[in-house]
Design a protein around this ligand. Structure first.
Ligand SMILES: [Zn+2]
Length: 197
């Protein structure tokens, strides 16, 4: 078992997760979101698809037992354990543009999007190829009548985690999210750990 790696507050990482390996994502302090995106290691035009995944799962609230599909409808990973059960797969990673448009900030942080751009650059992935991320621990309830989308503090507490199993060789990009509202207005680290079984 690998030691627990730490993603510092408001930053991101990229790494390879081989088929069959497991990735544990840990909310170390509680109420902290981690945006996750992935690509087929052997063909980066194949990426994690929110649309396909929600379509086949028939729910927007994905948890243990759900399969996560690519734009080509291949399974990229499964959730095999989840101590929270509430995550988001509707919203794009927070970005300088989002901070400007939604919050009116004049000198915005580059957000998860900027952090993912930098982290994924070494794998040849460009900003235009970063789609909607799976936002682990992000609490986004949707009003079933009006369709109104809200962003509430995560339900995760210190030590909560989600465990994924790769179904193909993957490039993973992952962050400790930089958006105030998503993290109950304090920016915290995220832990992750890769294991072989
Ligand atoms: Zn973010």
């Amino acid at each position: 078992m690998q030691k627990l790696n730490i993603i510092p507050p408001r930053s991101g990482v990229a790494f390879i997760l081989k088929k069959g390996e497991r990735l544990k994502v840990v909310d170390i302090e509680g109420e902290q979101v981690s945006d996750l995106i992935c690509y087929n290691l052997h063909d980066k035009a194949e990426y994690l698809s929110s649309g396909r995944t929600v379509d086949y799962a028939e729910t927007i609230y994905l948890t243990t037992g759900n399969h996560f599909y690519s734009n080509r409808s291949n399974i990229m990973f499964d959730i095999i354990e989840d101590t929270v059960g509430k995550h988001d797969f509707l919203l794009t990673p927070c970005s300088a543009e989002m901070f400007r448009i939604t919050y009116g900030e004049t000198e915005p942080h580059r957000g998860c999007f900027g952090n993912l751009c930098e982290a994924l650059e070494e794998f040849g992935i460009t900003p235009d190829n970063i789609p909607t991320c799976f936002n682990i621990f992000m609490n986004v309830p949707v009003d079933g009548e009006t369709g109104k989308v809200s962003v509430l503090p995560p339900m995760s507490k210190s030590g909560d985690f989600i465990l994924l199993k790769a179904r193909m060789d993957l490039i993973i990009g992952m962050t400790a999210c930089s958006a105030g509202m998503s993290n109950n207005y304090s920016f915290k680290p995220i832990g992750y750990q890769i294991s072989q079984d």
